[in-house]
Design a protein around this ligand. Structure first.
Ligand SMILES: NC(=O)c1ccc[n+]([C@@H]2O[C@H](COP(=O)([O-])OP(=O)(O)OC[C@H]3O[C@@H](n4cnc5c(N)ncnc54)[C@H](OP(=O)(O)O)[C@@H]3O)[C@@H](O)[C@H]2O)c1
Length: 438
């Protein structure tokens, strides 16, 4: 018989919520034996109590009003798994104000309203746990927060949206067009009914904001994030990238600079095909964290799905259960003054890949090269096609890899290139990432 018992209110019994219930029951002996705490889900809030569910909820503990979880004496920990940023914000902040510890997997909520949530958490001295909010089943929050606490984090590179990574993988390996790869991801249940957050890059950007905030001790504002989605990547780009020795991934980059500025950006990026992140395929996620004393640590695993995500929520529930019985408890986010400014994207530096559609006429390359040179940008490589491919492609695309330059300078050069008579379409531009740079 365990001495301690902690009561849990579960808001949301969808994909993740049902997984938490199912896996707590399946592994109860192990979890309680290891934690020394009896965990009891006493209330469950859903929208539609009549819905057919694969996992049954015992009658009598279901409510359609999440406020009951806040008011109930038999709830110590509130687990928010309803998603969205409106009701979820009210739920989380009401729980904190009522002194109830919160567990959430809601990255959009934390990225967009983390400042308010952690202020309220601090005012009420109540922790928030959120392992499932970044990279599903990969324990990256705890790794950054606890295991790497002795390090300045120099940089983080993440493939942290499974749907985008699946689409990029299928475009690369099977030669599918973007629309066909997206349809396949939807048919297999990987993409949401509305895949906007995935393919626009925003889901990954929310996770990058959380990792950046945790690593650098100030809550990164949503408006300071630079976000580009994968919808501009074509089969041609993947083909050219391959010839140049790269693969294209939706990559989130968080990097600290000597002056304390932090860059936080998410965009399709060319990464060297020999780098370990290039072999992260399908719906898998990976996060590479560079600590100043740990060196590079790579975390790889399932970034979503019922079982992996509920593994992270269960870990948080155990932490929350321990926190219920402690006087001193970490709040889940601690601000400090070492960093504090997000670098404007115009100042961020990388190499670039350009695909420029042109009229096939003499002097085209020279006009483009001169425009770039006027901005101090050099050309590092070009991709040439075999004659058979050139015919197919109509001789009308110039592919360049540029030396490192500030993004703002590159944008000015691109605007001028687009104004050249010989250039017939908007220029496609992706970053080429030096994944080993600190
Ligand atoms: N799915 C993943 O792989 C994954 C991975 C990492 C993080 N997350 C995060 O986990 C959270 C939950 O995701 P999910 O995939 O489990 O979502 P989901 O399948 O859509 O489930 C949402 C659940 O919340 C309930 N709900 C919605 N609004 C409610 C309200 N106002 N009051 C009470 N209940 C309400 C729904 O009730 P009904 O069942 O009655 O409709 C449903 O049970 C999200 O924040 C998501 O970003 C998900």
């Amino acid at each position: 018989m365990l001495e301690k018992s902690v009561k849990i209110g579960l808001a949301g019994f969808g994909n993740v919520g049902a997984g938490v219930w199912k896996n707590l029951e399946a592994n109860r002996k192990l979890i309680e034996g290891r934690s020394g705490v009896h965990l009891e889900i006493t209330r469950v809030a859903v929208r539609d109590p009549k819905k057919q569910r694969d996992v049954q909820i015992p009658a009598g503990i279901v409510t359609t009003d999440w406020r009951e979880l806040i008011d109930a004496d038999d709830v110590d920990v509130v687990v928010e798994l309803i998603g969205g940023t409106d009701a979820a914000f009210d739920l989380v902040t009401s729980a904190l104000k009522a002194g109830k510890i919160v567990v959430t997997g809601n990255k959009a909520l934390l990225a967009e309203r983390g400042v308010e949530i952690f202020r309220i958490a601090e005012e009420n001295n109540v922790p928030v746990f959120y392992e499932a909010a970044v990279a599903g089943g990969i324990p990256i929050i705890k790794a950054v927060q606890e295991s790497l606490i002795g390090n300045h984090i120099e940089g983080i590179y993440g493939i942290i949206n499974g749907t985008s990574n699946y689409i990029m993988t299928r475009m690369t390996e099977a030669g599918l067009a973007f629309e066909d790869a997206l349809k396949e991801a939807s048919d297999l249940g990987y993409a949401e009914a509305d895949p906007y957050l995935d393919i626009s890059g925003w889901d990954a950007a929310h996770k990058a904001a959380i990792l950046a905030s945790l690593s650098y001790g100030y809550w990164v504002r949503t408006e300071d994030l630079h976000v580009e989605g994968i919808d501009r990547v074509t089969s041609a780009d993947i083909h050219y990238a391959e010839k140049l020795g790269y693969v294209i991934k939706l990559l989130s980059v968080v990097k600290a600079h000597g002056d304390g500025e932090i860059e936080v950006r998410t965009q399709p990026s060319l990464i060297p095909s020999g780098h370990i992140l290039a072999s992260v395929n399908g719906v898998f996620n990976a996060v590479s964290v560079h600590g100043d004393i740990s060196g590079e640590c790579l975390f790889y695993g399932s970034g979503a799905g019922q079982d992996p995500t509920s593994s992270s929520v269960l870990s948080d529930i155990v932490d929350a259960a321990h926190a219920v019985t402690k006087d001193h408890r970490g709040l889940g986010f601690t601000a400090h003054a070492l960093y504090g400014k997000t670098m404007p994207v115009q100042d961020t530096v990388s190499e670039y890949y350009l695909r420029i559609t042109v009229n096939d006429q003499p002097g085209v390359i020279s006009a483009i090269a001169t425009t770039l040179a006027n901005h101090g940008i050099g050309i590092r490589a070009t991709s040439s096609l075999k004659p058979s491919e050139m015919k197919e492609n109509g001789f009308d695309e110039v592919i360049l890899v540029l030396h490192a330059a500030k993004f703002g300078v590159l944008q000015q050069a691109v605007t001028e290139i687009e104004a050249l008579d010989c250039v017939t379409d908007s220029v496609v531009c992706f970053r080429v990432e030096d994944l080993d740079s600190k």
